[in-house]
Design a protein around this ligand. Sequence first.
Ligand code: SF4
Length: 365
Amino acid sequence: MDALTVTPQPLTADQFGVRVLTWFDQYGRKDLPWQQQPTPYRVWVSEIMLQQTQVATVIPYFARFMLRFPDLASLAAASQDEVLALWSGLGYYARGRNLHRAAGIIIDQHSGEFPRELDAVMALPGIGRSTAGAILSLGTGQRHTILDGNVKRVLCRVLGITAWPGAPAVERDLWAAAEQYTPSARCADYNQAMMDLGATLCTRGRPDCVRCPLQAACVALHGGLVGAIPAPKPRKALPIKTTAMLILRNAQGEVLLQKRPPTGIWGGLWALPECGVEEDVSAWAYTRLGLRLSTPQRGVAWRHTFSHFHLDIHPIYALAENPSKLVMEDTATVWYNSASGVDRGLAAPVLRLLDPTQPSPRKQS
Ligand code: SF4
């Protein structure tokens, strides 16, 4: 929806709650399986299944799970294999393992009764603050605030929060706003309504602002920021490292390779000798490899990017005038003939540097 020309009309907490609940009475979801005979146990299972998973996917899994494990005691008594078998296909299996583990803890430490205090619920494996609030509000009617991904998106847009909602300071502000808007009466309906709003109207890609009960107050809508909010997680600028990779050939045209240590980048693969970019390559090769080089030439540098840093690789080509002593003494150093057909497990930059179609050396070192 395009930005509106009128300014947003801020809502008091009461007005906010009334609008959301009025919308819920007319359009909210009230016939989901876990909304029938809601208990903390049923709501808990549904909330865990719904993490990162759509309602339509969860419904048949929830039905099968409840048939086999109708209560906490039956879940705690089952084997983990049985639980995971019923979880099979839902993904994120840590959720199923935590559910099973938590059931055992509730039997041991809470006499088999699902705890009714927020802190005790949050202490169970796999349950964060928002999930604990949802379980207790939807399962017992207590007043607790929730702030799942859907609620975050709605609040960020209504309040015009342009920062990434996962940042701790932003999350603190969102919790404070969510707390302020959560009404004392009908808290369960309100929380369900906020989740429904986010899931059905204020969706990530195509929010249906025309039908939204909060549109008059929505800063994102009025400011033309709906597409920009919530802000994505900022990408960290990766550090840049540099290295010189030496393509040292002997008289037979073979290339000197060294085996990388088993851990770290290219662990266990064969790679080229490396030295600092500013290093005197001839002196370095003589000291470290026992090689006398002739005519070192620099090639065209390029960037290889890892998940956590960029590596700017400066190739240096040279001929070795004598055999390296290391090759005789050290099985982790070899002269490699790329035409030999021996599969050595080469690091990606080595493959590129030994590829004859790559740019050739450009100037004298
Ligand atoms: S008006 Fe649009 S962007 Fe704003 S809360 Fe409603 S659906 Fe979301």
